[in-house]
Design a protein around this ligand. Structure first.
Ligand code: ADP
Length: 351
């Protein structure tokens, strides 16, 4: 019998989820398996001296009494609590059952990261709906304006302007939807490159034209240098990188009149950089801006809309090309984003 119990306890030691047994009245910890000890960040002998409730966030403690009442009634209950671990609070999901001897056995799971990514996803979706709604509202307004003017045989210049606006907004929508689709493809592991040699100079030219056409304010985008040889890569994806870097350069340099694109040839690679003289990026944020959904406070303060996925996608695309996307920046002075592409060597990834 004893041996059977020991074996059963041993088994629990190898379970990946945390298992805790507490007593009914004082929430003293009677048993915690290895995973639970790790999750709570305490030594086993410390755990036997403390009460589970001592680790609970003060705000969550308020509901603890009601929780035990409900648990006693229902005999099983799932709750989420913030539990202190090494000076920080982690979000723990607790699936508790009352045992015949009135002690409580709980499976505990650290869901902090899951919660965080759910929150990020929710923010992303609400921002994405916002980002999509703005161009749609503009398109509908300008379509109406054009239609009314045409019907009344009114001002043709006005109709032309409205159509230009509509085309700008449709392009903007196309960029946003394209980025969102790519993000989901990356997450599903279905992000594929189509390899070819292509004319980088033409891609730069087209991207610059696109940005100038879709930007409301006057901006000079200067192009300096050129790629001496065709480069190897996916032309559509590189175009997308250029669009993202250029639109960021414009978006985050309000009031500044110019952006520079520089292209230079280095050994078997072509290096492209995009420089602006805008808000810049604080040192502490420079690595973070390539993360999914990250937006610097400075950028949010400008009121510029964004989803925080452009640079993440750009970095993934450049990585697929065997390169690196890097940034150099000083706060309030501007930023330079650079990447390089193979010019002549045939990549092993070529299909
Ligand atoms: P978005 O622009 O949609 O927020 P990105 O992934 O393109 O998303 O960029 C992430 C963040 O990096 C931006 O929110 C901003 O904080 C910062 N950033 C990107 N480009 C620039 C730039 N040229 N100047 C200053 N900050 C930039």
């Amino acid at each position: 019998m004893t041996e059977a119990i020991i074996n059963r306890q041993n088994l629990l030691e190898y379970v990946a989820e945390g298992v805790v047994v507490t007593d009914d009245d004082t929430t003293r910890i009677l048993y915690a398996n290895r995973a639970a000890v790790r999750m709570l960040g305490l030594k086993r002998d410390t755990l036997s001296r403390i009460r589970l409730i001592d680790l609970v966030h003060p705000e969550d403690k308020v509901r603890v009494k009601e929780y035990y009442e409900e648990l006693k009634k229902k005999r099983e209950l799932v709750t989420v609590r913030r539990i202190r671990r090494n000076g920080r609070y982690r979000t723990i999901e607790r699936d508790a059952r009352v045992l015949p001897d009135r002690n409580i056995v709980s499976i505990i799971r650290d869901i902090t990261d899951r919660r965080k990514s759910e929150e990020l996803r929710n923010t992303f979706f609400s921002m994405a709906s916002h980002e999509l709604k703005n161009p749609i509202t503009s398109i509908s307004l300008y379509t109406e304006l054009a239609a009314t003017n045409l019907a009344k045989k009114g001002d043709h210049a006005l109709v032309a302007e409205a159509l230009h606006k509509i085309s700008q907004e449709v392009k903007r929508l196309g960029n946003i939807v394209g980025d969102m689709l790519d993000l989901s493809k990356i997450q599903a592991g279905k992000f594929k490159m189509r390899w070819n040699y292509f004319d980088l100079n033409a891609a730069v030219r087209e991207a610059v034209e696109h940005i100038v056409q879709t930007t409301d304010r006057h901006i000079n985008i200067h192009v300096q240098g050129y790629a001496a040889k065709p480069v190897l890569g996916d032309v559509d994806k590189i175009y997308q990188v250029l669009i993202n870097l250029l639109s960021n350069a414009v978006k985050y340099s309000p009031g500044s009149p110019s952006v520079w694109v520089r292209v230079r040839n280095e050994n078997a690679r072509v290096v492209v950089s995009v420089t602006d003289f805008g808000i810049g990026i604080e040192k502490k944020d420079q690595a973070k801006i390539f993360r999914k959904y990250f937006r610097a406070r400075e950028a949010e303060n400008t009121g510029a809309m964004g989803l925080g996925i452009g640079l993440y996608l750009c970095r993934e695309i450049i990585k697929e090309h065997g390169g690196m996307l890097t940034v150099k920046s000083e706060r309030r002075k501007g930023a330079t984003f650079s990447f390089s592409l193979p010019a002549t060597a045939v990549s092993s990834k070529r299909s």
